[in-house]
Design a protein around this ligand. Structure first.
Ligand SMILES: [Zn+2]
Length: 244
């Protein structure tokens, strides 16, 4: 038996099912559609629902602090900053304060609900990433003597970074949550794509010259994407299935 809630929507055009950040199955019913369409729709999408739900529950159970929708602390390990998070329920979604008055950075935010709080935190993470990651990339670019055109901060779910043929290096804002040496490795990896736009043996040869333990780093990066705290991807994580 599959449990789900039904939300009637005036905006939805089609029947949809999503897994919320709280791992609940929610059916979105267009307000003009009759309820008897729901049961067969659930049956048709049962496999996706069960698998996605299980995957999200497993992701929440892993690591420390992942169970909290709004975390009590945020560690920007890449730049050695640990924030205590104070979340208050209020109508406005915003950061109230991100001061570091006594050496302990406190991040105060208000939001209408947990989803809103995650959005506030994600936007804050983007701003932090724009502040910290380009200078890091610059420094390593100089060190390696491999130039690039531009850095862009993204919120990709599946990649830590990428490099375009035009020399734009895209960096995932969640890199800030990784250990400094791992971020350094990712930046080296992307810069080496300025020389080889592929993963050929010559590419890895170049990488290994700058990062001899690249294989271990690659493994850690893959693992790290599964260990991200829940709030980082809370909205992007839920897929949508539509009735066709
Ligand atoms: Zn690559």
């Amino acid at each position: 038996m599959l449990e789900y809630t039904v939300r009637v929507s005036t905006r939805a055009k089609r029947l949809q099912v999503r897994i919320t950040p709280l791992c609940e199955v929610e059916v979105v019913l267009p307000h003009r559609m009759a309820r008897h369409h729901i049961a067969p729709f659930i049956d048709n999408n049962r496999k996706w629902i069960v698998e996605t739900h299980a995957r999200m529950m497993a992701a929440r159970g892993e690591g420390s602090g992942v169970n909290e929708i709004v975390p009590a602390t945020i560690q920007l390990s890449a730049v050695g900053q640990n924030y205590t998070v104070n979340y208050q329920a209020a109508e406005k979604n915003c950061i109230i304060n991100a001061e570091e008055p006594s050496g302990v950075p406190v991040l105060e935010l208000s939001a209408a609900d947990h989803e809103g709080a995650c959005k506030v935190l994600q936007d804050w993470l983007s701003r932090q990433a724009r502040k910290h990651l380009p200078p890091l990339l610059d420094a390593i670019s100089c060190e390696l003597d491999i130039p690039y055109k531009k850095a862009s901060i993204r919120a990709q779910r599946t990649r830590w970074g990428s490099c375009s043929s035009k020399g734009v290096i895209s960096l995932n804002r969640a890199l800030l949550l990784l250990e400094p040496e791992l971020v350094r490795y990712l930046l080296i990896h992307e810069l080496c794509h300025r020389v080889h736009m592929n993963h050929s043996s010559r590419f890895w040869q170049l990488v290994s010259g700058f990062a001899p333990d690249f294989k271990a780093h690659e493994k850690r990066l893959n693992r790290a994407s599964l260990m991200m705290p829940f709030w980082v991807y809370s909205k992007a994580v839920d897929g949508l299935v539509s009735a066709s």
